[in-house]
Design a protein around this ligand. Structure first.
Ligand code: SF4
Length: 380
């Protein structure tokens, strides 16, 4: 039997208990009533002094915002709650540590026209909006996300589309932001339709955290729109098993039922999910929701997020604990986006423990060793 999703958040004792169901559980209501100040959040969570200081000290550095849905998933009393840590600012965010950068992935030098980053030979990143339903405190693109809260204008997007059209080597476009599903239906249709009209664009990826932070955004209309412009791959971003609610499962089911492939990219976050059992539980739930765990990202070197970062060894130990002990479907690739925009590298634990002539000695997941014999060189 697939794993049953977690219950939806309970709003019976929240400020929104009297909002009619069809309004509260709609994406329009959730985005319109996004919480953007500590006073309103304080009606849902018992904020600690440190959290209140976090609001004061990060003001002007990185926007705060959270949907009522996602805020209600957090533990009202426990500041160590894994959902709460993702959404409430902490004073540490105001401190820039050695090695941290405003643009850790080196996107700005590779922004070939406004809102279009061309880093890899055959794919580009389209920054379609700077808005998100929730501003994740560990966001890599905090230098631009939420700054002015707007979608890229059609004129700016037209420039980006022209660039893609003029470069036949581009086979894939990643529609991101911000959150790609903050685009309204008409704008989304415009973006997908224009990209699909460019003959050499084979694949469209849509990066969105909406299935996690505002799953009601994934309406039948959106799923049908993505399917109509396929192949569209949705890259979502679950970080913790608690995010796998009935609503989240329904959003993913809708996409998959329409023929849209859904992958997940988690970020490894200290004190939130840096534990093999948490990642195992998350990935089992995702696979039950027909979502493939794709990447486990090492946290980038963005400014003010050192308190979220884990040593590289932690990620390697997690992959070591998953491989062989869990189905291969549930083992993501551990990856580091190396600073400076030089691309991703994937890390694997050391499975090879020796080499002699044609023999390679492996360490297996259970700690035993085994030898593999290479073939003799071909005589022809
Ligand atoms: S949804 Fe993505 S882009 Fe938006 S704040 Fe979170 S991590 Fe950043």
């Amino acid at each position: 039997m697939p794993i049953a999703p977690n219950p939806n958040p309970d709003r019976s004792r929240s400020p929104w208990r009297d909002v009619p169901d069809d309004e509260f559980w709609s994406w329009g209501w959730q985005v319109k009533h996004r919480i953007d100040d500590p006073e309103t959040l304080g009606q849902v969570l018992e904020l600690t002094d440190e959290e209140r200081r976090g609001f004061d000290e990060t003001r002007g550095l990185f926007r705060f915002g959270v949907t009522p849905y996602y805020a209600l998933l957090a533990d009202a009393r426990n500041p160590a709650c894994p959902i709460r840590q993702q959404l409430v600012p902490r004073p540490q965010e105001a401190v820039v540590r050695i090695g941290e950068r405003a643009d850790p992935l080196g996107e700005e030098p590779r922004e070939v026209v406004p809102n279009l980053v061309h880093r890899y030979p055959d794919r580009v990143l389209l920054l379609s909006t700077d808005r998100c339903p929730v501003y994740c405190r560990f966001c890599t693109r905090r230098r631009i996300v939420g700054r002015v809260e707007r979608q890229s204008s059609r004129a700016l997007l037209a420039e980006a589309f022209e660039y893609v059209r003029a470069h036949p080597e581009i086979k894939e476009v990643i529609v991101s932001g911000g959150d790609g599903l903050m685009l309204g239906d008409n704008q989304l249709e415009h973006v997908l339709g224009t990209l699909r009209s460019i003959e050499h664009v084979e694949i469209i990826r849509l990066a969105t955290r909406m299935p996690v932070t505002c799953p009601m955004r994934v309406t039948d209309r959106v799923a049908a729109l993505l399917a109509a412009h396929g192949p569209v791959y949705v890259m979502t971003h679950f970080n913790h098993p608690r995010e796998c609610t009935v609503w989240a499962a329904e959003a993913c089911r809708r996409l998959v039922d329409h023929g849209v492939v859904v992958y997940n990219q988690s970020v490894l976050l200290r004190g939130i999910n840096d534990d093999v059992e948490i990642i195992r539980d998350l990935n089992r739930r995702l696979v039950s929701m027909r979502v493939t765990p794709y990447y486990l990202h090492q946290c980038d070197l963005a400014e003010g997020i050192e308190h979220f970062r884990t040593p590289l060894a932690t990620g390697l130990a997690i992959i070591d604990g998953l491989r062989g002990h869990s189905s291969g479907l549930m083992v993501p690739q551990l990856c580091v986006d190396v600073p400076g925009g030089l691309g991703k590298v994937t890390l694997v634990p050391e499975w090879i423990v020796g080499r002699t002539g044609r023999y390679t000695t492996f360490r297996t997941y259970s700690g035993e060793t085994a030898e593999y014999l290479d073939p003799l060189p071909s005589e022809h």
